[in-house]
Design a protein around this ligand. Structure first.
Ligand code: PRP
Length: 182
C-alpha cells in the first residue's frame, strides 16, 4: 500500500502501511465495546494514558467507552531518540489523583520489551488501585514480556512502527495510520 503524502519527511518516507486508518478505527470500536462491558460505574474507572505514544489512541478510545470515567496521563520514557528500547524507564509525570479503590485502565500504544509495564503496573497497584488492567493498541508478543495485557488491538510485527502516536525521534506521530520504517 502506498503511504499518504504526509508520510514523507525530508528525504525519509514510511516504507509500508501496516495498519490502515479504517482498520484501526474498527478495532478501537471493538476494544471500547469490550471495555465498556467489563466495568461498572461503581468501579470509578480511571483511564490512564501513557504519553506521548498513546495520545491518539486514548482520544479515540475514551470517546467510545460508554461508562462514566476520568482521564489522566503518565509520562514515562524508555527509548530516547534511538530505535531500540534502552530498558530504562523514567517517570517524568504522574497523576496526583488518589487511586484508592479505583479501577485503573492503563492505555499503552505498544508493548515491546514490556519494561514500561513491568515498572508501572506494580506501582499503580502499590498506590491502592483496586484493579489494574492494561489495554495496548499493539503488542509485539516478545516471549520475555511478563505482564498480562488484557486488551490488545493488534499483534505487531517486530519492526520499527510509526504513526498514530508512535514516533521515530519525534517524527511521524501525527500519521493517521501505522507504518513500518523498515
Ligand atoms: C515507547 C512506547 C511504549 C514503550 C514500549 O515509549 O510508546 O510506551 O516505549 O516499550 P517497552 O515495552 O520496551 O517498555 P517511549 O519511551 O518511546 O515514549 P513515547 O511514548 O513518548 O514515544
Amino acid at each position: 500500500m502506498t503511504p499518504e503524502p504526509d508520510g514523507r519527511l525530508g528525504d525519509r518516507v514510511v516504507e509500508r502501511v501496516v495498519f490502515p486508518e479504517a482498520e484501526i478505527d474498527r478495532r478501537v470500536g471493538e476494544l471500547a465495546r469490550e471495555i465498556s462491558a467489563a466495568y461498572r460505574p461503581s468501579d470509578r474507572l480511571l483511564v490512564l494514558g501513557l504519553l506521548k505514544g498513546s495520545f491518539l489512541f486514548m482520544a479515540d478510545l475514551v470517546r467510545r467507552i460508554t461508562l462514566p470515567l476520568h482521564v489522566d496521563f503518565l509520562v514515562a520514557s524508555s527509548y530516547g531518540a534511538g530505535t531500540v528500547s534502552s530498558g530504562e524507564v523514567r517517570l517524568l509525570y504522574e497523576p496526583r489523583v488518589d487511586l484508592g479503590g479505583r479501577a485503573v485502565l492503563l492505555v499503552e500504544d505498544i508493548v515491546d520489551s514490556g519494561a514500561t509495564l513491568e515498572r508501572l503496573v506494580p506501582m499503580l497497584r502499590e498506590r491502592g488501585a483496586a484493579r489494574v488492567d492494561v489495554c495496548a493498541l499493539l503488542h509485539k508478543r516478545l516471549p520475555s514480556v511478563g505482564v498480562a495485557v488484557r486488551w490488545v488491538g493488534f499483534d505487531a510485527p517486530n519492526s520499527f512502527l510509526v504513526g498514530y502516536g508512535l514516533d521515530h525521534a519525534e517524527d511521524f506521530r501525527h500519521l493517521p495510520y501505522i507504518a513500518s520504517l523498515e
